[in-house]
Design a protein around this ligand. Structure first.
Ligand code: GDP
Ligand code: MG
Length: 162
């Protein structure tokens, strides 16, 4: 049985872009507008000969007030079904209440978590990625899903966590 890796995080942090980067093909739908409703989608993936199932999450509608709760609820389901979690945050924005809501779910789940600080397209954003240590989830891996930066180290960490 292949291990399941769930990719979770609030809308627009680049989850689907990262999934496409990992798959090496464009299957996950990248949205320029956050909050478009879409189901969870599973993909067969492979890294250095290790097979796993990658689950892209996201796509829910909610009013601004209920957003953090809606994101946390969606994440909770995906996390409960996963063997490991790839938690994505946006290093160009920093930590938000919505990120914190997902972190609380992650803590409760006690599943292995690897933290990806995405949109580190250049050196300039590496400092921002480092501030993600404050989430208390261990080392933040700076990545650029758009350019492919850092995805190898990230995947090594994900598969080592299982
Ligand atoms: P999701 O809602 O978390 O699945 O995010 P998407 O993958 O749909 O991406 C949301 C937006 O962020 C899109 O406009 C992407 O092109 C952009 N994006 C994703 N990854 C990166 C990245 O590494 N760098 C930059 N600059 N933009 C990114
Ligand atoms: Mg998406």
């Amino acid at each position: 049985i292949k291990p399941i890796v769930a990719v979770v995080g609030r809308p627009n942090v680049g989850k689907s872009t990262l999934v496409n980067r990992i798959l090496g093909r464009r299957e996950a739908v990248v949205q320029d507008q956050p909050g478009v409703t879409r189901d969870r989608v599973s993909y067969d993936a492979n890294w250095n000969g290790r097979e796993f199932v990658l689950v892209d999450t996201g796509g829910w509608m909610s009013d601004a007030q209920g957003m953090a709760a809606a994101i946390a609820e969606q994440a909770e389901l995906a996390i409960s079904l996963a063997d490991a979690v790839l938690f994505v945050v946006d290093a160009t924005v920093g930590t938000t209440d919505e990120d914190e809501a997902v972190v609380r779910v992650l803590r409760r789940s006690q599943k292995p978590v690897v933290l990806a600080a995405n949109k580190v397209d250049d050196q300039r954003h590496e400092m921002m990625a480092a501030t993600m240590w404050n989430l208390g989830l261990g080392e933040p891996f700076p990545v650029s899903a758009l350019h492919g930066r850092g995805s190898g180290d990230l995947l090594d960490a994900v598969l080592n966590s299982i």
